[in-house]
Design a protein around this ligand. Structure first.
Ligand SMILES: Nc1ncnc2c1ncn2[C@@H]1O[C@H](COP(=O)(O)OP(=O)(O)OP(=O)(O)O)[C@@H](O)[C@H]1O
Ligand SMILES: [Mg+2]
Length: 254
């Protein structure tokens, strides 16, 4: 294993069971996945709806225990005690409104991960919130507003600021631009790309949108029915994908 893998999956898989006990159904949402995501790297994860992308992201974060295989963080087995790692592993989702409490001022929500971890004084929180809001292209004064007083794009920026305030070493972006209109999508993608380059965290960028993935990802992984069919550097993936399914996916958007 390369020394700088932040997150590693070793034959990791997830089986969900559903239905009543007399008619149990099980589904391998994630089959058997091996994956290393390195410091400073963004891995794009594409695949059709239901192929297991979000479940795989949750496994990487320790939010979903694998049914088999192992998750390593910095090369050490991740035992699922999220508290110890809290703040180091973060997620940004499609709906920033779910990450932001509607009754809290934006500044309080952005500072929350620091407060939960018990880092810093209130004055330090306020200062760092200002720095983070400016980093995501917002004015520090927005800290005093409530989420409903922001646009969708601004809310997504706030959610990104909140996720990055503890300086995480790994971030999952799950369909972060899907709910935004095209011009705002481009701004948010630029932002993610710039911040990732500056901060050097490892990232998993999940999206249906192959063009968005092409823009931000260093490598691209293609998922189908719970398994990774192909993983390749972006230039190669977009130049000549190896797997027929990858070619099919690309043909579908051009
Ligand atoms: N908690 C759960 N319990 C049972 N089945 C689940 C659970 N979470 C996900 N699944 C199933 O696992 C499969 C993979 O779901 P997942 O959300 O990972 O897909 P996805 O690739 O992220 O899809 P989308 O692109 O629509 O977000 C789906 O068939 C889904 O119904
Ligand atoms: Mg999903």
């Amino acid at each position: 294993m390369p020394a700088d893998a932040v997150v590693s999956l070793r034959s990791a898989g997830v089986t969900f069971s559903s239905g009543p006990p007399w008619d149990r159904e099980s589904l391998d949402a994630v089959g058997t996945v091996d994956l290393d995501i390195h410091r400073g790297e963004t891995v794009g994860l594409v695949g059709e709806s239901g192929s297991g992308k979000t479940t795989l992201g949750r496994v990487c974060l320790g939010m979903q225990p694998p049914s088999r295989g192992a998750v390593l963080i910095d090369g050490a087995p991740f035992d699922g005690h999220r508290g110890r790692l809290r703040g180091r592993l973060q997620i940004v989702g499609q709906h920033p409104e779910w990450a932001l409490n509607p009754r809290l001022r934006v500044g309080t929500s952005v500072a929350e991960p620091m407060a939960i971890m018990g880092i810093g004084t209130r004055a330090e929180h306020r200062k760092r919130v200002g720095v983070m809001l400016e980093m995501v292209g917002l004015e520090a004064s927005l800290a005093g507003r409530f989420p409903h007083q922001l646009s969708g794009g601004q809310r997504q920026r706030v959610a990104i600021a909140r996720s990055l305030i503890t300086d995480p070493s790994f971030v999952v972006f799950d369909e972060v631009v899907s709910a935004l209109d095209m011009s705002v999508q481009a701004q948010i993608l630029n932002l993610i790309k710039d911040i990732q380059a500056a901060q050097g965290f490892a990232a998993l960028f999940i999206s249906h949108d192959l063009a968005a993935v092409r823009y931000v990802a260093h490598r691209v992984a293609v998922m189908l029915d719970g398994d990774i069919l192909e993983i390749a550097p972006s230039e190669r993936f977009y130049g000549r994908p190896a797997h027929p399914y990858s070619r099919q996916l690309q043909a579908a958007i051009t």
